[in-house]
Ligand binder design. Sequence first.
Ligand SMILES: [Zn+2]
Length: 66
Amino acid sequence: MAIFMDVIKRHREILPRKIEKVIVCNNKNCASLKETYVKQSFILVDEENMEYKCEYCDSIQTLKAL
Ligand SMILES: [Zn+2]
């Protein structure tokens, strides 16, 4: 169990505060999808649930679901 918790802890540490390009916004009307010059950018809002918020439309993306 201790090893398991260690893995979780280590995994959380590598969760970046900001992700660019890797995630595609789930909001079809999002500016980052329509304008090719706009870079996909997501800010970490909930580390526990691995949730990221789109910088352009505030839509929440959960990495767990990916
Ligand atoms: Zn968006």
